[in-house]
Write a protein that binds this ligand. Structure first.
Ligand SMILES: Nc1ncnc2c1ncn2[C@@H]1O[C@H](COP(=O)(O)OS(=O)(=O)O)[C@@H](OP(=O)(O)O)[C@H]1O
Length: 378
């Protein structure tokens, strides 16, 4: 039988990794991970590579270059964390991240990923805009997806493949796909699976030598039930053909994911730790939230916690408990804070002399300032 070194020396000491690059793919639970990495950045006082000037992403959908990073000219290859949306390009990313950086990403079953993408990017992608619903789109994608719109249609086909830096319209060729998968294996230490999110968090925790609290999260960017479209069984099969590059990407990394779980964690330990994670999450939700579940935008009391809305999706968020002490309030605010708000908050902290991000949200920054001194703010 297999003897890991842990059996001999029970708690092999390890040090938390603090140089981490996360490739934020689209509609894959990546905002939930970004929030986690933002909190980790603050906890350890790390330097994070944020979008330059008034950018909200690191140049996406353009291929990443260092010019998209705020103050790269002065900070150089000394960033600890990078996790905002970007289209991956190893050589340029390496110029930003410290030598011993841990690279990871996440993929999701393309069937649900595409449906989520369809609703969220309904207005942004011409192929989605001109079709009635996702089933109609999948019945004959080529009648909505045209070459002239390739650039705006990145969300409409093999979007994850595109995010990793590859051609999302490439031919489904076995040796090409193999070569890409091998390259991704080389560039990334770990690829997580959104469909097994809690298991992913435990694997990440082990790989990075982090604490349980570092991977505790509230689900962000989820949709109101009635904006989720139901795929017919035929549509589900069609996604696997229409997005065959993403489908093969997913199949491959789903396999490596479970191999890594067995090597690093073990199934028994995994179950135990997933239960711990869920218990801790529940505990935090009871402390932090006034409504147990996420609520839709019209019911969000603090406008500063309103998530960005897009397409035909109704994106949910949380209402905080009104009587939190200062310390809990700060913890709770951060764990529910939507991407754009948290990004511009960190930007103001790390680049105090630069012009603040103009997000067009109602006095979001002031609202957080007020919250610090007046916990009963609503
Ligand atoms: N923890 C966890 N577990 C499982 N699924 C989760 C989790 N967190 C977010 N989500 C789902 O991920 C979808 C949002 O993805 P992203 O945050 O990557 O979207 S975005 O590209 O940044 O806009 C969105 O999917 P849909 O609800 O299908 O749209 C979220 O519900």
């Amino acid at each position: 039988s297999y003897h890991s070194p842990e059996l001999v020396t029970p708690h092999l000491p390890c040090r938390a990794r603090t140089n981490v690059m996360f490739l934020k793919t689209h509609k894959t639970a990546s905002s939930t991970i970004l929030n986690m990495l933002f909190r980790f950045t603050e906890k350890h006082n790390l330097t994070i590579a944020l979008p330059a000037k008034q950018l909200v992403h690191l140049g996406y959908p353009e291929t990443f270059t260092t010019s998209f990073v705020e103050e790269f000219q002065t900070i150089g290859q000394n960033y600890n964390i990078m996790c905002n949306h970007l289209r991956f390009n190893r050589l340029e990313v390496q110029k930003v991240m410290a030598e011993n950086t841990f690279y990871f990403s996440i993929v999701r079953n393309p069937v649900s990923q595409l449906e989520s993408s369809y609703v969220y990017y309904k207005d942004a992608a011409p192929a989605f805009r001109t079709s009635k619903d996702v089933n109609e789109y999948l019945a004959s994608p080529m009648s909505y997806y045209h070459k002239v719109n390739y650039k705006q249609n990145i969300y409409a086909r093999n979007n994850m493949w595109f995010d990793f830096g590859y051609d999302n319209n490439a031919k489904d060729d076995e040796s090409y796909i193999q070569a890409v998968l091998e390259e991704i294996e080389q560039n990334f230490h770990l690829v997580l699976i959104a469909d097994y999110f809690d298991e992913s968090m435990i694997l990440l925790k082990h790989a990075l030598c982090w604490d349980l609290d570092d991977v505790v999260y509230f689900k962000l960017n989820s949709r109101k039930e009635d904006t989720v479209q139901t795929l017919t069984p035929e549509s589900k099969e069609r996604v696997k053909v229409w997005c065959s590059l993403d489908w093969k990407l997913y199949l491959h990394f789903n396999q490596t994911f479970w191999k890594r779980i067995q090597e690093i964690v073990g199934l028994e330990e995994l179950e135990k730790e997933v239960n711990h994670l869920r218990a801790r999450q529940k505990e935090l939700m009871e402390t932090c939230l006034s409504d147990w579940r996420p609520v839709e935008k019209t019911r969000i009391k603090d406008k500063a916690l309103m998530p960005f809305q897009s397409g035909a999706a109704s994106i949910l968020s949380y209402n905080l408990n009104q009587d939190l002490d200062n310390k809990s309030l700060r913890t709770c605010q951060k764990i529910v804070m939507p991407e754009l708000q948290y990004m511009s908050y960190l930007y103001a902290l790390q680049h105090p002399h630069k012009k603040r991000k103009q997000l067009g949200f109602p006095l979001f920054w002031n609202s957080f300032q007020e919250n610090k001194t007046s916990p009963s703010h609503s």
